[in-house]
Design a protein around this ligand. Sequence first.
Ligand SMILES: [Zn+2]
Length: 173
Amino acid sequence: MEPPKPNPPPCPFNKLFPSQLEKDDTFFMKLAYNQAIDAWRADEVPIGAVIEYDGEVIAAAHNQVESTKDPTAHAEIIAITQASTFLKDWRLNAATLYVTKEPCPMCSGASIMSRLGRVVYGLPDPKMGCLGGAANLNDLPQANHKLVITPGVLQEECQALIQAFFQAKRKSE
Ligand SMILES: [Zn+2]
């Protein structure tokens, strides 16, 4: 049997083109948002991530669970692997992960295990978020690495994208 081809509903959102003059949290989150748009266009749940190191983007990925049939193919996991390959080091202390939705248990764990310096996320997730939304793995009392966490960057835009995607999918079924 042929695997189903991607058949995304039309994406009503446009990519963002932030000024490079100020590379702040919003700048990098807009790049993560653009990855999420790419996810939608590939008929994947629109979550995107980038990793910043020394002012540069060293990893960019979107959710690929459907196309790869791999439940671990979340944007954050793919981006962490890219960043580790780029830096030739599994320790990412000097890097910051930007992701459009709060990381799930797996991705929160991977953020801690890769010793990311900071995690910045857009939309909090009270169901599955494990950096403050539903639980906080960063609070493990004996853990020897703590993330610096910045929630709520570009939250409205990230939320609108995810909500619209699920609404459109429900309509098309
Ligand atoms: Zn995840």
